[in-house]
Design a binder for this molecule. Structure first.
Ligand SMILES: [Zn+2]
Length: 409
């Protein structure tokens, strides 16, 4: 709803109302100024002024068509201008960098997936590569000429989002690293967040089940994390560290985890654990190199598809363990929908049946509380898409400044 008068300054009220009008046009486009006024409660003169401002900032345009209303002068229809801005998203993980750019309507402009061993590179060199990858994305022919309004960076670990500091990312070997500060030179705002959180944002904004307000996105990487959305908002917790599903203790006598404990879910059903179990001849007990992961996943899936009993049994065991871990989460937050992402997606034909069975067995409510478990359709770009989607949403909500009018001095 529109912001009225009050303790905030005039400029702030106007900026907030620009966001309200932008969001209203996003939700109901194509729509007339009169429809925006009716939906927001703002008067028509104010709406006309705000729309003129958004047009000057090239965020809104007239479609050239008119509303088919019965009485009065027909209103010119408005739509979002998808030609002027771009938002970037990047995920750094154990074995890759994934970068995307999207426009104002969340349409993908460009996407790149690069093998990258972040653990081997270390935090300083990784930060250099991250900044370079964002610069390259901003200079991509599909993006060049647009105003880059911000970037969202996804990291697999505990992230203090307000400060951009990566507190602890054991699978990358990083701790207390100020990644957000390293990106200051880019010239646009950069936000850093946990990869699972941004995966959940991507599912909510652009995934196959977009708009589902209660969902969990589970990262399927060397680590396992859960992004938990309740009522359309991320569950962050008091310290911002909610959703560390991978470190749920599943078996006190189980294998050692990257966190130093034993028998955590990710030590038993993370991609490293699955590959060691499915490919005993190829993935011995040592930590996997980032360079190996994608090829070994392909091999494991190929063997399972060919009926290799060891590979099939390993994937089914992992599915059971995932289901047991997810049952704890479903009992606590009742999400209604769990999406398995990352490298879990190609493994889903074998993971999902035992996962669903174990979930139903472990959830107190009948039929797993109606909770569905499905593969994500966003693949390895989910967290990067979420980073970009979060930037666009931050424009609508006023959390990021709007681009300046084109004719500004
Ligand atoms: Zn652990």
């Amino acid at each position: 709803m529109a912001v009225g008068s009050g303790t905030v300054g005039l400029r702030t009220v106007r900026e907030a109302n620009l966001g309200v009008v932008l969001r209203t046009i996003r939700e109901s486009a194509p729509c007339s100024r009169a429809a925006v006024a009716a939906a927001t409660g703002l008067n028509k003169t104010t709406v006309s002024s705000l729309v003129a401002d958004l047009m000057a900032r090239r965020l809104v345009r007239e479609t050239g068509r008119t509303a088919q209303s019965g009485v009065g002068r027909p209103g010119v229809l408005l739509d979002l201008d998808d030609t002027s801005v771009a938002a970037l998203g990047l995920e750094v993980n154990v074995d890759y960098l994934s970068v995307v750019a999207v426009d104002l309507v969340q349409r993908e402009l460009t996407a790149r997936h690069m093998p990258f061993d972040a653990r081997e590179a270390g935090p300083q060199e990784s930060a250099r590569r991250i900044v370079a990858a964002l610069r390259e994305a901003a200079a991509d022919p599909a993006v060049r000429g647009r105003t880059v309004v911000g970037a969202g960076i996804a990291v697999p670990g505990l992230v203090d989002a307000p400060s951009g500091i990566v507190r602890r990312a054991p699978n990358l070997g990083w701790s207390d690293f100020p990644l957000g500060g390293r990106a200051d030179a880019l010239g646009f705002p950069v936000r850093v967040d946990n990869d699972a959180n941004l995966g959940a944002v991507a599912e909510y904004r652009v995934g196959s089940f977009a708009g589902t307000p209660d969902l969990v996105y589970v990262t399927g990487e060397v680590g396992i994390g859960a992004g938990v959305l309740t009522g359309g908002a991320l569950l962050r917790g008091a310290g911002g560290f909610a959703g560390e599903l991978g470190h749920l203790a599943l078996d006190p006598g189980g294998p050692e985890c990257s966190c130093g404990r034993r028998g955590c879910l990710e030590a038993m059903a993370g991609i490293g654990a699955i590959l060691r179990d499915a490919l005993p001849d190829l993935a011995p007990g040592r930590p996997l190199s980032g360079a190996d992961v994608a090829a070994l996943v392909d091999t494991a899936v190929g063997r399972a598809a060919a009926g290799d009993a060891v590979a099939v049994a390993a994937l089914e065991r992992a599915g059971n363990r995932l289901g047991r871990g997810l049952a704890a989460l479903v009992n606590l937050v009742d999400p209604g929908l769990v999406l398995l992402g990352g490298y879990f997606v190609p493994m889903c034909p074998w993971l999902l049946p035992p996962c669903r069975t174990a979930l139903a067995a472990g959830v107190f409510a009948p039929d797993a509380g109606g909770c569905r478990v499905e593969p994500s359709a966003l693949g390895l770009s989910a967290a990067a898409r979420g980073g970009a989607a979060g930037v666009i949403h931050a424009l609508d909500s006023g959390a990021l400044p709007l681009p300046e009018p084109a004719d500004a001095p």
